[in-house]
Write a protein that binds this ligand. Structure first.
Ligand SMILES: [Zn+2]
Length: 427
């Protein structure tokens, strides 16, 4: 059900022509607000400083095409928005075949794919075409046309704070700045917004949740540099993830924090270890998305990257092949469930200490099944193993790692034992 809804949301957002600024980003945020209206949208003017960076000019594109000498449109932005190099300046002129070829980008190893190319920080124009389209060019002259503008506008981001009992925060950040690409671009926002919807539906939350929706790199830098965001995050964030490429069915992966030793690393490794033991564990040296900014020296937030097939590691990455056929309801749902397990593990993560000496007598407290059956026995084993390590030193995730039982199967036991006054919370 949720998987289908996330997939449908991706399909709706797929055609929008996103970039790091502009109306595609605004339309995407609007689609997310239809799921969670509480997301607030903010605009930051071009030219605003964002640490060492500056918010760029806003880019707007209306149309773009290449016509051959017979006047036929052989490349058309309206058919696929990847055909134009992102942030292309306007142009309207007749060019020779050689000049045309100098502004065309192809993916030679994937002759049917249109590559994704941008030029944010140097003004130029260009087109992206399949290698097959490129090889079919034989006319002497072509008409190239791009109706675009770069102007002082703004960068747009979305934010959602869901309060909990504690001011301590869990950060979930994701980005949208590429045009029509499904796994790289839309899976993260879709999973993130449905996680927000789920968290808001809970009767209570231990932690406060900060959801951030930004264009990649410049957006996370701009977000952190606005107002007291960074100070608040440094004070309160105990764990966080950057969600990217979470929509396919092939694998699961995580990118560790800078030193790989935070609570986020610990909980992600624990949860993935039970759900998909063959998951790919990338060190921070394999980073590539906004975990770069959140982990940078001086910022030092405990943020891991979480993906299914990670950016740069799948053949469709940054091409027109990253389409709605690459992602699936089950792929999105798998990522959603991993994040739910991670969040629940943190919500219930406590240190416990058993209050009696020696093994407690479970039978007299009604905690030991009076008839022996396979399933009930597993729970008893988990219970006595849990008690054996409830010495006040280990949190629930540590005990899960030691006894080989997922956190989600241990916390109901812990609650039962607290109620029976056999263990107490000591953190
Ligand atoms: Zn990308």
């Amino acid at each position: 059900m949720v998987g289908q809804e996330m997939y449908a949301l991706c399909g709706k957002m797929f055609p929008y022509c996103r970039s790091i600024t502009g109306d595609g980003v605004r339309a995407t945020l609007k689609a997310l607000q239809e799921v969670v209206p509480e997301i607030t949208v903010h605009e930051v003017s071009s030219g605003t400083k964002a640490f060492d960076w500056t918010v760029p000019k806003e880019w707007r594109i209306r149309d773009a095409w290449i016509k051959n000498s017979s006047g036929d449109k052989i490349v058309d932005f309206k058919k696929h928005n990847l055909h134009v190099v992102g942030y292309s300046t306007p142009v309207d002129k007749i060019v020779s075949l050689d000049e045309l070829k100098s502004i065309l980008y192809t993916q030679p190893d994937q002759p049917d794919a249109i590559p994704y190319v941008t030029s944010y920080y140097k003004e130029r124009y260009g087109f992206c075409v399949t290698q097959k389209q490129f090889d079919a060019l034989t006319d002497d002259n072509y008409h190239i046309y791009i109706d675009s503008e770069l102007f002082d506008g703004s960068l747009t981001y979305g934010e959602l704070i869901i309060p909990g009992e504690s001011e301590q925060e869990i950060l979930i950040s994701t980005y949208f700045c590429h045009p029509s690409m499904a796994n790289n671009e839309l899976s993260g926002p879709a999973v993130s917004v449905y996680l927000a919807k789920w968290l808001m539906s809970l009767p209570k939350r231990r932690y406060t949740y900060r959801f951030v929706y930004v264009p990649e790199t410049i957006g996370s830098l701009t977000y952190m540099s606005q107002g007291d965001h960074l100070a608040k995050m440094k004070e309160n964030v105990i764990a966080g993830w950057n969600l990217s490429c979470v929509g396919d069915d092939r694998t699961y992966s995580m990118v560790a924090t800078r030193y790989g030793n935070t609570l986020t690393d610990k909980v992600t490794e624990n949860v993935l270890g039970f759900i998909y033991p063959d998951y790919k564990h990338y060190s921070f040296l394999k980073r590539g998305s906004d975990e770069r900014q959140y982990n940078a020296p001086g910022i030092d937030l405990p943020v891991c990257g979480f993906s299914r097939s990670k950016y740069g590691e799948y053949p469709e990455y940054h091409t027109s092949k990253d389409d709605m056929g690459l992602i699936s309801p089950s792929g999105l749902m798998g990522a959603y469930k991993v994040m739910q397990d991670c969040i629940n593990a943190l919500e219930y993560n406590r240190k416990y200490k058993v209050v009696c000496l020696g093994e407690p007598q479970l039978g007299k407290r009604g905690l030991y099944p009076t008839i022996s059956q396979k399933g009930s026995y597993d729970e008893v084993t988990a219970m006595v193993d849990f008690i054996a390590y409830a010495d006040g030193k280990n949190d629930l995730i540590d005990i899960s790692n030691i006894i080989g039982v997922p956190v989600k199967n241990i916390w109901p036991i812990a609650e039962k034992l607290v109620k029976a006054e056999l263990i107490k919370v000591v953190d």
